[in-house]
Design a protein around this ligand. Structure first.
Ligand code: ZN
Length: 161
């Protein structure tokens, strides 16, 4: 069976940003997702269409088809007091704040000054060219229930217990 919209794909992958240093990879068990639902970055999803079990592929994804271009407006200076008094922000930390409407917002600490902290609300991989090495471990038709729920059931997927 070939990977197409509505198939459940099991994927082993590793990701580097051009220098060969792995920044993310499937660990222990493959990633599983429903193809065509936008669960993985568009450039990778597109490149996987038509592959079969056992296929190995190197996929290079431009920022626009990955986590988006880096938006300068996402880099902001916030007052040091915006952080808890007993917390010492450090360059490179990935933190989560709460937006005014209660949604979690991830950001990265770029620079820590005496009065202000420069933070970046862009995705940590925004503006990066993504280099994936993938191996297709499984392809099967998604069940009606999985399509309805929009996620994979069973090993590596959602467990409703
Ligand atoms: Zn479900």
């Amino acid at each position: 069976m070939k990977i197409a919209n509505g198939t459940v794909v099991e994927l082993d992958y590793s990701l580097h940003l051009g220098d060969g240093k792995i920044v993310d990879q499937s660990e222990g068990e493959p990633l599983s997702y429903i193809h065509g639902e936008g669960h993985i970055v568009p450039g990778l999803e597109q490149a996987l269409g038509g592959l079969e079990v056992g296929a190995k592929k190197q996929v290079v994804v431009a920022p626009a088809d990955g986590y988006g271009e880096h938006d300068a407006a996402g880099v902001q200076e916030v007052a040091r007091e915006a952080f808890p008094a007993d917390f010492q922000p450090q360059e490179g930390m990935q933190l989560v704040a709460e937006s005014p409407d209660g949604q979690p917002v991830q950001f990265v600490v770029k620079q820590v000054g005496l009065q202000t902290v420069t933070v970046d609300f862009n995705h940590p991989l925004a503006g990066k060219t993504l280099h994936f090495d993938v191996t297709v471990r499984g392809v099967r038709q998604a069940t009606d229930e999985e399509k309805e729920h929009g996620h994979v059931h069973g090993p590596g997927g959602h467990d409703h217990g």
